[in-house]
Write a protein that binds this ligand. Structure first.
Ligand code: BES
Ligand code: ZN
Length: 477
């Protein structure tokens, strides 16, 4: 009898231990979590949820199902080593957000900057990076590539004669490859940071042959061109602007997560972060695809839309935008979002149509059209973003006072008054750039019914008959 009980007990213990080792903690999209729980009630426990994400405890079987049923590749969840980590990841509060108050009023500086973007420079740089053969984070070449980039960025600084610009190497715990950061000190608000980045490392199934031309030499070349242009026009930001070439993104965002965590621990006031990872393969009909994953900042996406409406609608710098979704923490912007910062990731194509050669030995410039005109659009967007966000905090004043267009939301109606400006059309966009309504033949005063729209952030785009584009954000409660 005693023996029997013991063996029964050990069976239970064994069963529990087995069950425990099969399950693990993670965070995932709330909708995914609900659907998964319905399908596998025994295998999924939803610990807690916020608006978009859930902390879950799930079996490998359920995880496997999720992995094969998310829209694109990647796991579909973010692994967490404990329940506490999973819960704290989704409860991380967003920091103070200033993006809704950002204005667009630096037309002259922005136009002079984007006119200087050279696709040829970007192309040459992509080729240079491809020529290392590999930048896999474990290789000596990856380290050399970072050191050479330091030399290249330092040469730009030296040529400019600027003493408020510096470059530094950052060593990591999780990889032998270092990251690189270039800093332009803010003149009046040096403790506020505007950050753009890309990753220097590459990956394939052969560590010695990983050219990574699009993923992500294109992003490094794109941000390098932004640096060149900003120094060329002697741009002096009010806030601090930083450019980051991250190490070891491909093995799990290692470089960026150490850096973002360090900034968060030091309570650094990062106002926003934009990632450039894969900018040179035009796989879709539109040009720039904003990613709308829930961890990204709606406000920042909306601001990027506002910039493109203003600067890239017509003329020499025109390009189009759409939106897409990663469905997981697919690049370094996630590291910043994960630490409560506002982040965005404008991408080269719709996710179903991205460069098929990435993570293979064929990720070469010659396989993506052999020019960098696509990446040049991202360099322009990056410059627009940097110049308009790192200027002084004269928030709202210049923009509002110059414009004769006024809008206000009341009782689910958008009230407008156009003053002396003749208006062609008023378009309402959502945070992913989708056109929700277009009104024409408007009188100079009137209102638009917003009842069909749900609560959220929107952008009103007002096209005047003289060809001006005025954008106004509004919140519907
Ligand atoms: N550049 C890719 C991310 C990517 C690939 C975005 C395809 C959109 C379409 C990035 O370098 C990458 O490969 N990321 C990993 C995830 C990371 C956490 C290891 C991935 O997507 O598998
Ligand atoms: Zn990448």
């Amino acid at each position: 009898m005693k023996i029997k009980l013991l063996s029964l007990l050990s069976l239970v213990v064994f069963h529990q231990a087995y069950a425990q080792s099969d399950k693990f903690y993670a965070t995932t999209d709330s909708k995914n979590a609900e659907a998964l729980k319905n399908k596998f009630p025994e295998d999924v426990e939803i610990i807690t949820s916020n608006d978009n994400s859930s902390a879950v405890h799930l079996s490998k079987k359920a995880a496997e199902f999720l992995h094969h049923n998310v829209i694109t590749h990647g796991p579909g969840y973010v692994y967490k080593s404990s329940q506490e980590e999973a819960v704290s990841a989704i409860n991380k509060s967003r920091r103070e957000n200033k993006i809704l108050a950002f204005t667009i009023d630096q037309d002259a500086v922005v136009m002079s900057a984007i006119a200087k973007v050279s696709a040829e420079n970007i192309k040459t740089h992509i080729q240079t990076l491809e020529n290392y053969g590999t930048r896999h984070h474990t290789t000596a070449k990856a380290k050399t590539a970072i050191q050479d980039l330091r030399t290249k960025w330092q040469a730009l600084i030296t040529a400019s004669g600027r003493t408020d610009v510096s470059v530094r190497i950052v060593n990591h715990m999780g990889t032998t490859m270092p990251s690189l950061i270039l800093t332009i000190n803010g003149s009046t608000s040096p403790n506020e940071y505007v950050i753009v980045g890309g990753h220097m490392d590459t990956i394939t199934n052969n560590v010695n042959n990983a050219p990574g031309a699009d993923d992500d030499a294109s992003g490094i070349a794109t941000i390098s061109e932004m640096i060149r242009v900003l120094l060329d026009i002697n741009y002096r930001p009010s806030k601090t602007v930083e450019f980051m070439a991250y190490a070891a993104e491909e093995i799990g965002l290692v470089g960026s997560s150490e850096i973002a965590q360090d900034y968060a621990l030091n309570n650094k006031n990062v106002v926003s972060v934009v990632q450039f990872d894969m900018t040179n393969y035009k796989g879709s009909s539109k040009d720039v695809y904003l990613t709308t994953d829930p961890y990204n900042s709606n406000d920042l996406n909306l601001f990027l839309i506002e910039l493109m409406e203003r600067y890239n609608k017509t003329g020499a710098h025109a390009f189009t935008y759409g939106n897409t979704i990663c469905n997981y923490g697919c690049s370094d912007h996630f590291s910043w979002a994960d630490n409560g910062y506002d982040a965005a990731f404008p991408f080269e194509a719709s996710f179903s149509q991205y460069n098929p050669n990435i993570h293979t030995t064929s990720d070469k410039l010659s396989n993506m059209g052999n020019s960098a005109t696509h990446a040049a659009k991202f360099a322009k967007l990056g410059l627009e973003f940097i110049i308009e966000t790192s200027k002084g905090s004269v928030l709202g004043v210049s923009d509002a006072s110059k414009s004769s267009v006024h809008i206000a939301v009341k009782d689910k109606f958008l009230n407008y008054q156009f003053g002396n400006e003749a208006v062609e059309s008023l378009i309402i966009l959502d945070t992913s750039g989708r056109k929700l309504s277009e009104s024409k033949n408007l009188l100079s005063i009137g209102k638009i019914d917003l009842n069909p729209l749900s609560a959220g952030f929107y952008l009103a785009v007002i096209n005047t008959q003289s060809g001006k584009v005025i954008t106004k954000k509004f919140i519907l409660e």
